[in-house]
Design a protein around this ligand. Structure first.
Ligand SMILES: [Zn+2]
Length: 427
């Protein structure tokens, strides 16, 4: 039987409408979490879902769901989700493309006249970008009843200073349901979660491969408040061997961590190391003083729990050697790094087979960036992610993607759904 061809015209119509409602004069799009652009994106999703004959729902947190009805609506459903907010002056595809691909897939399946064994929900997720509220995956975690009240109550939007509850209420949603820990989705009602997303990086483009199938969403130790303490001294009065220079120690530390990264890389082990902020203390530093304190943030990422442990051990070893050599001490502060979220092996295999049947090249790869799929996977809901090759990265106005690649992504997704949940679909 022929595969269900995705309705790529529906994806395009949705993306065009998003651009129309959220394009910014300063370039790119602005869809602030629980702000106007995001709200209009959800209204666009509701409108297009209804236009093509699908029931549309919204949960207490304002996430929107377009439902493709299956034979047994009481069975656990399949959720195809992604976020509809964007960073300020971001691209139109980061997040929204996953919803567009979900729409194209279910519209294609509906047009083919086949009925899957269970319902599929295309979910437009709220507030994924943490630039607005400083916590990850807010919309999906609220839907899953997994945003603790103390976190929820602490969240204020970066541009308004007003609380998340306040912004939700303004749009007619129900913050009290979040505080009660209500769950719109759970492992008891969701069979699996799928998320398509632009890659946001250069790998697929450079390797000439249209799709990526994610093995795991990276986690790793992260220190936002790292400190190296030495001794402030006169730049002329403290000769070599008589100073504890915190900046010299930090420089060596950065160098050694990058050499560690080289060693992982040479062994073919996926890791990422980033010193996002470094500095001295503005109140104390000056031209002619040996710095007595240096500060750093260190973000590490990997997709293997053993590697996560090794990163911690190796960095500790490096710091001890530098402490001894320079007479400084390291203080780390809290490790705020997330756990690794592995994607479900059988879903990865199912996506690879679907791609193979369609003759679409794809690559198994890590997701260095966080995604809503983490929130689902962390609660034991089998989850998978499909990356679509894109150009010019993301979180910028030049981010782009080719519709031919979107078509391939939607085809693989539709084929996966039909082969996994179609029963008679491959007769
Ligand atoms: Zn995103």
């Amino acid at each position: 039987m022929a595969i269900a061809l995705p309705r790529i015209d529906v994806a395009r119509e949705f993306l065009d409408e998003l651009l129309r409602v959220s394009a910014s004069e300063g370039g790119g799009v602005i869809r602030i979490a629980y702000g106007q652009g995001e709200q209009e994106a959800h209204e666009a999703l509701r409108a297009i879902g209804s236009k093509y004959g699908f029931p549309v729902e919204q949960d207490f947190a304002g996430n929107t769901y377009v439902r493709l009805k299956g034979r047994d609506s009481a069975a656990k459903c399949v959720v195809i989700g992604s976020h509809l907010d964007s960073v300020p002056h971001g691209g139109n595809y980061d997040g929204a493309l996953g919803v567009a691909i979900g729409l194209a897939a279910i519209a294609g399946i509906a047009a083919s006249g086949r009925t899957l064994e269970r319902d599929v929900l295309v979910m437009g997720v709220r507030a994924e970008e943490s630039c607005y509220f400083p916590a990850p995956y807010i919309g999906s975690r609220m839907a899953l009843g997994d945003l603790p009240a103390h976190t929820f109550n602490s969240l204020k939007r970066s541009d308004t200073g007003r609380s998340l509850a306040d912004h939700m209420q303004e749009l007619g949603f129900d913050p009290a349901a979040v505080l009660r820990g209500e769950r719109h989705l759970s492992a008891d009602t969701v069979a699996c979660y799928l998320e398509a997303h632009i890659e946001q990086g250069p790998v697929l483009e450079n390797e000439g491969i249209p799709l990526g199938i994610v093995q795991a969403i990276a986690g790793g130790p992260r220190w936002r408040e790292g400190r190296i303490y030495g001794t402030y001294a006169h730049a002329g009065g403290a000769p070599k061997g008589y100073r504890q220079d915190a900046v010299a120690a930090l420089g060596e530390f950065i160098h050694e961590v990058n050499l560690l990264w080289d060693r992982f890389h040479e062994q073919g082990i996926y890791t990422l190391f980033t010193f996002g902020i470094i500095g001295t203390v503005p109140e104390m530093h000056t031209y002619s003083r040996v710095p007595g304190e240096a500060r750093f943030c260190l973000d590490t990422r990997c997709i293997d729990t053993d590697v996560r442990v090794r990163i911690g051990q190796e960095i500790d070893k490096i710091a001890q050697a530098i402490s001894a050599r320079h007479g400084v001490t390291f203080e780390w502060g809290a490790d705020s790094g997330p756990n690794i979220s592995p994607m479900a092996p059988d879903m990865q295999a199912g996506l690879h087979s679907a791609a193979e049947r369609l003759g679409v090249p794809c690559k198994a790869m890590a997701s260095g960036a966080g995604h809503d799929a983490s929130a689902f996977a962390d609660l034991g809901i089998p989850s998978a992610m499909l990356f679509v090759r894109n150009q010019h990265g993301s979180h910028n106005k030049d981010e782009t993607v080719q519709m031919e690649d979107v078509q391939l992504g939607a085809s693989v997704l539709a084929e996966f759904l039909c082969s996994t949940f179609g029963q008679d679909s491959r007769g």
